[in-house]
Design a protein around this ligand. Structure first.
Ligand SMILES: *Cc1c(COP(=O)(O)O)cnc(C)c1O
Length: 641
């Protein structure tokens, strides 16, 4: 047998990048620093401005902000809004496109007021508006999108009140577009517009024939929930003509699904919508805008593929396909180029926020060690396993592995036959896992590892217990197996030698993350570092700014996370400051939403304590401390301290 070279392979930052693919999934907003810490590059056009995530965490700890916490980088949000607008503008200019771009942000993707405010603020100079899909979202859009030159696009099913609210927007001068999703909405709108004496702006949503690709492909096709068939579109137009509202039909809308993984679906959709548009123009319908909906995907796993959590295109390709698709079709039919609207949500917000939490424990396959001391008369299986473990060295590890695996099997059989005692089984467990661990320590630095030993890291993979709730912070990881990047914040200049999956602190066996960025497909484990005693190990869950931020629920009554908003500032020695801290839910908050009254709960516990004091079973001073403690807990954070 040729002896493997015992040369140690040094671990570099480049290795860490290859493993975690930080640059690829982050659009360049995150980077691994030479110091081994994760860095944030919050502005797309300032590569030298870098924030050290470890310093952000240190500052949060200094301010006593408890983890888990959401960290928002407002500069990333602003960068993304600028980028989509500038990309559309430059592609439009370069291709002599005659229409303009009027993007809108779909509120449902992240309804947080701070997020909406920031988007509206930076979007103002691009006349970038909002999209709402419900009455409360419309209420927010009316209050926050105050720019009369930007659009407010209204999707979703509508009742009379929704339409009245929309027409109120028209009365105060806003460009509110009511997109008809269902024919009956148009009948209602015609009546209301008359009675309120206001000219609405009407959009028609096409029920598309083309299928999106990916998880949300049912958003289009015959069975789609929303949109008008070609027949309904024609009927709608006749109705508007009759009611003298034809000039109000100004927008054509489609949306074939979120996270469109394959650019071909976008090309096909543009083709279909452009055909409808040019035909309607030729019939004299004065459509000015075509709204291509959302769907611009995020490459969560950095694979640039048609994986569900990835996409095979980038922003500029997406924009180019839309602009040139409409231009070519319109030129061919000699009709004017429409203004373009898009409703990208995921791609705008995903990168700007992440969840940072601490690993607070480890669940090993071997469990805790059981003493394996030799006793006279013990079973030969135990003796043999101990001999292998104790005799293990650099030269015989492969042989040791080949012996210990069948012995473990024999031990299980012997136990079932009642031949091994509980103590003896416990010893074989510990000896087996200790041997595997020892073999791994020998082989982990080797360049060459025999094929059969490559399964050892997988066998030894641990579950790292992290202080968070998947249901609150990573809903899509649980619901639709969305891959979200998991990366340690520090020690990236050190080889991560443990394969891990993550489990959360809920009492639910689904409360785990076991879908990670893999070499080709999705991996069940992610390499992380061995936990050091007395050293915090922080990990980040990234790309949580779209949907995850706002869709989480209170499973086990774990509530909303503490949140910090980071703003970069070149004049600060650390290039950032914490602009705002938003406190997460307290136990009182979450209990109240479930109809409990914390004061009554405290009184009830106090009465029980008082009784025990009267009975002499609790000292009065101790009783006061106990009730104080209970009340403190109610005011405290829902996560582990
Ligand atoms: C959800 C939704 C969007 C946002 O889609 P993203 O994929 O997040 O960009 C846009 N428009 C409509 C009509 C939607 O329902």
């Amino acid at each position: 047998m040729s002896k493997p070279t015992n040369q140690k392979k040094a671990w570099s930052i480049a290795d860490a990048e290859q493993l975690y693919r930080v640059k690829r999934w982050s659009n360049g907003y995150f980077d691994i620093g030479e110091c081994g810490n994760l860095m944030v590059v919050p502005r797309y056009n300032e590569a030298n401005l870098k924030i050290n995530m470890r310093e952000v965490i240190d500052e949060m700890q200094a301010k006593n902000i408890a983890f888990p916490a959401v960290i928002r980088f407002h500069d990333i949000l602003r960068s993304q809004v600028e980028l989509i607008n500038k990309t559309f503008r430059s592609v439009i200019e370069d291709s002599d496109y005659e229409g303009k771009y009027f993007g809108v942000f779909p509120v449902k993707v992240n309804q947080m007021r701070e997020v909406i405010e920031e988007i509206v603020d930076v979007g103002n100079r691009f006349n970038y508006g909002l999209e709402a899909g419900s009455k409360p979202e419309l209420a927010a859009a009316l209050a926050y999108n105050t720019n009369n030159d930007s659009l407010t696009i209204l999707n979703g099913y509508k009742d009379e009140e929704y339409l009245r609210l929309a027409l109120l927007g028209r009365k105060i001068g806003r460009k509110v577009v009511i997109v008809i999703e269902k024919f009956s909405e148009l009948n209602m709108l015609v009546k209301l517009a008359k009675s309120m004496d206001v000219r609405p702006i009407i959009g028609l949503r096409i029920k598309m024939m083309v299928k999106g690709r990916g998880k949300w492909e049912s958003s289009s096709g015959e069975r789609a929930k929303f949109g008008l068939s070609i027949g309904e579109i024609l009927t709608a137009i006749s109705l508007c003509e009759q009611e003298n509202l034809l000039d109000c039909v100004q927008l054509l809308h489609f949306h074939i699904g979120s996270q469109l993984t394959d650019i071909r679906a976008i090309k096909e959709a543009v083709q279909e919508a452009a055909t409808v548009y040019t035909q309607l123009i030729k019939r004299g319908v004065p459509i000015q805008y075509v709204d291509v909906g959302g769907g611009l995907a995020v490459d969560y796993d950095g694979s640039q593929s048609t994986n569900d959590s990835s996409c095979n295109y980038d922003l500029s390709q997406y924009v180019a396909d839309i602009v040139t698709g409409f231009k070519q079709n319109c030129d061919l039919q000699s009709v004017p180029h429409p203004h373009l609207v898009s409703e990208s949500g995921r791609a705008i917000t995903a990168h700007h926020s992440c969840v940072v939490t601490k690993v607070i424990g480890e669940i090993n396959p071997g469990g805790t060690q059981f003493p394996t001391k030799k006793v006279t008369g013990e079973h030969i299986i135990v003796t043999n396993m101990r001999d292998i473990y104790q005799g293990l060295n650099d030269d015989n590890y492969q042989e040791a592995y080949n012996h210990i695996v069948p012995l473990k099997e024999q031990a299980i059989q012997a136990f079932k036959l009642g031949v091994l005692s509980l103590e003896e089984v416990a010893k074989t467990e510990t000896l087996y896992w200790s041997t595997l661990n020892a073999i791994e320590s020998i082989t982990e630095h080797l360049n060459f590892i025999p094929e059969e030993l490559k399964e050892i890291p997988e066998l030894l993979s641990s579950q790292y217990l992290a202080n968070f709730s998947v249901f609150q912070s990573a809903a899509d990881s649980w619901a639709i197996e969305q891959v979200l990047p998991v990366v340690p914040i520090s020690r990236l200049n050190e080889k991560p030698s443990k394969l891990c999956s993550l489990v959360d602190i809920t009492c639910d066996s689904d409360g785990k993350i076991d879908k990670f960025i893999g070499d080709e497909t999705v991996a069940n484990n992610v390499p992380l570092h061995k936990l050091n005693k007395d050293e915090d190990y922080f990990i980040g869950l990234f790309l949580t700014g779209a949907y995850q931020d706002v869709m989480g629920d209170m499973h086990n009554l774990f509530g909303r996370l503490n949140e910090v908003h980071i703003v970069s500032y070149d004049d600060d020695p650390k290039d950032f400051y914490i602009e705002e801290v938003v406190k997460g839910s307290s136990m009182e908050n979450v209990l109240s939403t479930m109809q409990y009254t914390p004061e009554i709960m405290a009184q009830s516990v106090k009465r029980a304590i008082d009784r025990k004091i009267q009975q002499g079973q609790i000292k009065p001073r101790e009783g006061v401390d106990l009730i104080d403690f209970y009340e403190d807990c109610l005011r405290g954070y829902t996560y582990l301290k």
